[in-house]
Design a protein around this ligand. Sequence first.
Ligand SMILES: N[C@@H](CCC(=O)N[C@@H](CS)C(=O)NCC(=O)O)C(=O)O
Length: 206
Amino acid sequence: MTAASQPMRLFYSAPSPFAAKARMAAALCGIALETVATDTTQEPADLLAANPLGKIPALVLATGETVYDSRVICDYLDRLSGHRLVPQDMDGWLAAKKLEAVADGVTDALILTVYEVRYRPEDKRHQPWVDKQTRKAERGLALLASMVPTLAPTPGIGHLALAGLIGWMDVRFPGRIAADHPALAAWLETFKAENPALAEALPKAA
Ligand SMILES: N[C@@H](CCC(=O)N[C@@H](CS)C(=O)NCC(=O)O)C(=O)O
């Protein structure tokens, strides 16, 4: 096998919303990836060699070049595929990138609340800070729910970020989306039914 024909390797974990976004992006672009299950808590040497930040997703190209984070990976795959993920007209580009930014921002805020519990001893947790992250997430989720009727019918990068977020919330906060934002829960069900190949990469419990 020549270097050029070797698949790219993606460090990921099953529950990760950002890794799910990257895996769905590769599937949508028709690009095969070799996936490497990774536990970031262990700071494995091969992940740190690929991404000094120790985060997933991280992509290793056949040349050995590395690409991270999920936005850069998705932009890279988008370019490779002749823009299957991101519309190139100004209105389409703006709508897709804004959807991605809000969904990623909500994911970032909620991940911080998960890490507060996972990594901090109980007596060191700071509830006002958790509440602030939760308010960011709530404002973002309300905006995302209001955007659902306006979403383009063909999935693009924004849809993948949103699906990663809602799929991950179903794993980490079971029942919360269905109770608080039924429009988003319904949107994910439609997304899964219409895109079974992408749905395979949605976040799953470890
Ligand atoms: N902005 C990054 C965020 C990636 C991220 O937060 N990944 C989490 C898993 S979903 C992670 O690797 N956490 C381990 C850590 O922060 O050390 C991206 O879009 O790729």
